[in-house]
Each structure stands twice: as structure tokens, then as C-alpha cells.
Design a protein around this ligand. Structure first.
Ligand code: PLP
Length: 319
């Protein structure tokens, strides 16, 4: 078999060129290969295993009113993930903290969604051996975004339980924050088809696992519970445990089946992208009295109060 000579590169048709030039990106600043760039210029190689094989780990922290929230916990989880994936970067945690802070400061955002990513990278000879890849670090800061919008935060989200099974822990360790999201995205489309606003998907035993970018909690008789198996150990989930400690509320991690979820007095979801967010309807079942519950409200208020507390947050240096 002979290989056909490669076609010479041709100019893009004018219409495509125009389309390409009009692509819009959120306002923000990224860091790649030692440089700070506008978001529109932050691009990865199509040969990077992070893109080709989802071979990457990442973490997302938010900035609220000019302060990072629990940045140390996010950076620690990021380093634990890299270690488990046998990835290495030439930066230590305080250097990463400085890079993230610079991205936020250069963006000017007082409230931001800040991501740090380590991809497997690639090798000059396109080797199939991951040990030969040069791992890559990318960071960026864009405007703060939330799973729930203002109206949904006030009235509670409508969630549908999808039959899609979250990738099991024996396949992918869920404590490594990862981009294996095909199950979560399928769950989201199932929820939209159902007429709901977001999804919860199940674990291999048909218990509730998590949703696209969030953990879930139930409240029953004043006691809180969250799934233990096959989920990311969310930093917001951890924060709820810490707040429950302060408020002397009972909280535990364990299996929650569909009936238990629907029979709860209150349900809320947790994510760096939005914090603590109420759920008022699951499939066709109204949760509790259909309003945002008292404990959900109390925890949400305390959660946002902690954003100004130096024990829980770090100021961005905008100078
Ligand atoms: N579960 C998954 C699959 C996630 O991707 C996320 C966050 O992106 C969460 C849970 C919530 O984690 P955190 O509270 O650390 O944002």
C-alpha cells in the first residue's frame, strides 16, 4: 500500500475563517507553559493525552469577594490525584497558589471560577508509553459560575434520577478528580428529556451516587446523610461536614436509595460551582413541603459567612 502524498494546506474558505474569528470565550486569564494568556489564546495540543484519553486530573476552587475559599484543601486534593496517576509537575503547592492568584489578579475578577489542570501531556515520538509523556500544567480564572441560577436557588432545583450508572471505583478512582464525564453528561440529557433541570446518577448497586459536578445530601429528622460509595470527596461536601460539626448536627456518609432520597425532609446538592443548593423536586416527588428547608438555609448562610473568615479563605493579591 502506498501512502498518498499529503494535500498541501489550503486557506480556509472565507465563511469558515469568519466563523473561527468570531468564537467567543469568557473573559479570563490562563497560565500555560510559563505564560499568562487571554482565555482565547489558551489552547492544548490535540496530541495531549489529556484530550485524547481523558488522562488528566484537575481541581476547581472559587474566589468570592476577592478571596479564595479553602484553597489549601483544593491544592492538596490536586496533588493527591497527581500522585495516584503518577504525574509530576515542576511546581510545588505554593508556586501553584501564586500562579492561580496571578491568573485571578490579571483577570480582575472579584468572583471567579479557578481551575488547575495536570494532563499526561505527550512525547515527541507519539509513544504509547505514558511514562514517556511530559506532564503539562494549565490554570485559568474565568467568571464565577453556578450549577443553579438565582431563581433555582430561591425555589430549589428540579432533579431527575437517571438510570445511568456512574463509572465504578474499580474502573476509575473517584477520589481523583477527573474528566470521565460521559455518564454524567448522559444523565444530564436524560434529565432534560424528562423535563427536569439537572440529574443524579446511580452507582452499580442502584443507590444514588452524584450529579454533573456535585454531591448530594439528604436531611431526615434533623440528621444529614450523603452517599459514601463511588463519589468524589467534594470539598464542599467536606465543608458541610465541618459546618455540621460547628452546629452540632448529625451527619454521616452511607448508601441512599431512590426511596430514601425522595422521602427526605430536605435535599441539597454541593459544589464549588454554587456552594450549597436546594432541591425541591425529585422526578415527580415534591421534597418535604416543597420549599427550601430550614437546615439547608442555615448551612447555606453559614457557608457564605465563612468566605470572609481568614481561617477558611485567602485573599487574592490584586496589587
Ligand atoms: N462530584 C463531581 C463528579 C464533581 O465533578 C464535583 C465538582 O466538580 C463535585 C462532586 C463537587 O466537588 P467540590 O465540592 O469539590 O466542587
Amino acid at each position: 500500500m502506498t501512502l498518498a502524498a499529503a494535500e498541501p494546506a489550503t486557506a480556509l474558505p472565507a465563511i469558515e475563517q469568519q466563523h473561527r474569528d468570531q468564537r467567543h470565550y469568557p473573559h479570563g486569564v490562563a497560565f500555560m507553559d510559563g505564560q499568562y494568556l487571554p482565555m482565547s489564546e489558551a489552547k492544548v495540543s490535540v496530541l495531549d493525552w489529556g484530550f485524547l484519553h481523558s488522562d488528566a486530573t484537575y481541581d476547581t476552587v472559587h474566589v468570592w469577594d476577592g478571596r479564595f475559599f479553602r484553597l489549601d484543601l483544593h491544592i492538596d486534593r490536586f496533588f493527591r490525584g497527581m500522585e495516584k496517576l503518577r504525574m509530576k509537575l515542576p511546581y510545588n503547592s505554593s508556586e501553584i497558589e501564586k500562579i492561580l492568584s496571578t491568573c485571578v489578579a490579571l483577570s480582575g475578577h472579584k468572583s471567579a471560577y479557578v481551575e488547575m489542570i495536570c494532563t499526561r501531556g505527550g512525547s515527541p515520538n507519539f509513544s504509547r508509553d505514558p511514562r514517556q509523556s511530559e506532564n503539562r500544567f494549565i490554570a485559568f480564572a474565568v467568571p464565577f459560575g453556578s450549577v443553579a441560577n438565582k431563581e433555582q436557588l430561591e425555589r430549589g432545583l428540579h432533579v431527575a434520577i437517571s438510570n445511568t450508572v456512574r463509572i465504578p471505583p474499580k474502573s476509575i478512582d473517584p477520589t481523583i478528580k477527573n474528566y470521565h464525564w460521559l455518564d454524567l453528561v448522559k444523565g444530564l440529557f436524560d434529565a432534560y428529556d424528562y423535563g427536569a433541570e439537572t440529574a443524579l446518577i446511580v452507582d452499580i448497586n442502584d443507590n444514588i451516587a452524584e450529579g454533573p459536578g456535585f454531591n448530594v445530601f439528604t436531611v431526615k429528622g434533623g440528621r444529614l446523610k450523603t452517599p459514601a460509595y463511588g463519589v468524589l470527596a467534594g470539598i464542599t461536601r467536606q465543608t458541610v461536614f465541618d459546618l455540621c460539626g460547628e452546629l452540632r448536627l448529625s451527619v454521616s456518609a452511607g448508601d441512599i436509595d431512590r426511596d430514601e432520597l425522595k422521602d427526605s425532609d430536605e435535599v441539597f446538592i454541593t459544589s464549588t460551582a454554587g456552594g450549597i443548593m436546594p432541591v425541591s423536586k425529585i422526578d415527580e416527588t415534591v421534597v418535604g413541603d416543597g420549599k427550601v428547608g430550614a437546615l439547608t438555609r442555615q448551612l447555606t448562610d453559614l457557608y457564605w459567612e465563612k468566605h470572609a473568615d481568614p481561617a477558611w479563605s485567602t485573599a487574592v493579591n490584586y496589587a
